[in-house]
Design a protein around this ligand. Structure first.
Ligand code: IMP
Ligand code: MG
Length: 184
């Protein structure tokens, strides 16, 4: 699939924004950047569900860069997705790892309002982590509500609804190997 190409899937038209090659290149570049920090005793936390494919690719790219790490997951759900003002975050599954004095990298799919990653970051900081970094595949800076940024970033994207590469529309389209914009 080339960038700009359109596909009709389950009655929706999806335009390819970042194809597989472009995605793989960015993931490798992020891994190189993380590797250059030489973190010791690194813990990587994937915030699910949206980051599962990005995290899986990034972890293997980090291994190829010679990075040793431990990985854990946290499942968060943000209440009031449609009530943008409330946006409360709930922990559905917490990490099991100890974070005290360790560098921790939080991985998420999209940074939009920032509430999800800000919640996770505050929690890990409060548990005494050495430093907490954020790594997100896509940043939509137009809608930020919380004071948080991506330390490691795939792409900064316009305010469009995207799917694929783990990202969903009502639990559909996570399996697409590219990132697409839902046009209809
Ligand atoms: P926020 O930063 O707390 O607003 O949450 C961002 C979360 O909203 C992401 O982890 C996604 O799960 C979801 N999200 C935001 N924009 C999109 C999109 O365009 N497509 C799919 N999910 C999105
Ligand atoms: Mg998500």
């Amino acid at each position: 699939m080339n960038s700009g190409e359109r596909r009709t899937l389950a009655g929706h038209t999806i335009r390819v924004l970042y194809n597989e090659e472009v995605v793989a290149e960015r993931v490798n570049a992020i891994a190189e950047e993380i590797a250059s920090h030489n973190y010791e005793n690194l813990l990587v936390v994937a915030i699910l569900k949206g980051s599962f494919i990005f995290a899986a690719d990034l972890l293997r790219a980090l291994h190829k860069q010679g990075v040793y790490l431990e990985m854990d997951i946290m499942i968060l759900s943000s209440y009031g997705k449609n009530l943008e003002s409330s946006g409360q975050v709930q922990i559905l599954r917490d990490i099991e790892s100890t974070v005290r004095d360790r560098p921790v990298i939080l991985i998420d799919d999209i940074l939009e309002s920032g509430r999800t990653i800000a919640f996770a970051k505050d929690l890990i900081v409060a548990r005494g982590a050495g430093e907490v970094k954020t790594c997100v595949f896509l940043d939509k800076p137009g809608k930020r509500a919380a004071n948080v940024d991506a330390d490691f970033l795939g792409f900064s994207t316009p305010d469009l609804f995207v799917v694929g590469y783990g990202m969903d529309m009502a639990h559909s389209f996570r399996e697409l190997p590219y990132v697409g914009v839902v046009e209809t």
